[in-house]
Design a binder for this molecule. Structure first.
Ligand code: SF4
Length: 256
């Protein structure tokens, strides 16, 4: 039985955000340096509106977001990101672990707190909250230190449904998010999980991206699965098989 990805994002938002005296608070469960992008400080948040069958977060976090993490103010997350970036001498920041754009007031206040501090913020998203909110992309475009990476779940509506268990229209919304971001002049690019896709489907996707903007087609990032043990277990549970993937210690440097 498939679920509505939009409704699920709203439902998760109720569990992982709350209003506090200093604005909307959101749940996070750790802050860490990560090797991606050549080194990036990462705040891992709780909660996503999709249930990707290849997601690397634990079952506990995926299915019981209300039971994990702690609520933090945007200022506290901004301060923690900056403190760790200074300590590790890193210039890139991001939120990962769940869907970054859940809790719009929290994210916008977090970005406000990072403005002018000299960092670049990579906003990783599945795009669905951006597609569903007319002003989200335009508001994000005002933060010139933000680059949005929309992570497409497969190459088509059918693949999206197969990989996420959600209604296929969710993929159309992912592309709509890219359209909104381009229209708003936001810095952005698409990445696409291709480990389950045929070359033909990838080519078709690239044509669809080109219709939105030739630049999106040129800058599409190819994402391939990393076979962490719990990812393998999750895929086995769903009977999901991939064409290409890497072992965690054998990820090519160009993918890092
Ligand atoms: S969109 Fe990302 S965080 Fe959400 S379930 Fe999929 S892989 Fe996990």
């Amino acid at each position: 039985m498939s679920y509505d990805p939009v409704q699920r994002h709203f439902a998760i938002e109720k569990l992982v955000t709350r209003m506090g005296p200093d604005g909307q608070e959101k749940k996070y469960y750790r802050i860490r340096p990560a090797r991606w992008y050549g080194g990036i400080v990462t705040a891992d948040c709780v909660g996503c509106g999709l249930l990707c069958k290849f997601c690397w977060v634990s079952d506990a976090l995926m299915f019981h977001p209300a039971d994990f993490g702690r609520f933090y103010t945007p200022r506290k997350i901004a301060d923690s990101l900056v403190a760790l970036a200074r300590k590790r001498d890193l210039k890139l920041l991001r939120v990962s672990g769940g869907e970054t754009t859940i809790g719009k007031p929290h994210l916008l206040r977090l970005l406000d707190n990072l403005k002018g501090k000299g960092y670049r913020f990579v906003l990783e998203t599945n795009g669905i909250p951006i597609a569903c909110d007319e002003s989200y992309a335009e508001t994000l475009s005002r933060f010139h230190f933000v680059h949005v990476r929309v992570s497409l779940k497969g190459c088509s509506e059918e693949e999206f449904a197969m990989l996420t268990g959600a209604k296929p229209e969710g993929f159309t919304l992912q592309l709509k998010a890219l359209q909104r971001l381009m229209d708003a002049g936001a810095s952005c690019h698409p990445s696409v999980m291709v480990s389950f896709s045929s070359r033909k489907n990838l080519q078709t996707l690239i044509q669809r991206l080109r219709q939105i903007s030739p630049r999106l087609a040129e800058e599409v990032e190819i994402e391939e699965l990393i076979l962490y043990p719990h990812v393998v277990r999750r895929m086995q549970k769903h009977g999901l098989k991939c064409h290409r993937a890497y072992m965690p210690d054998k990820v090519p440097t160009e993918q890092i």
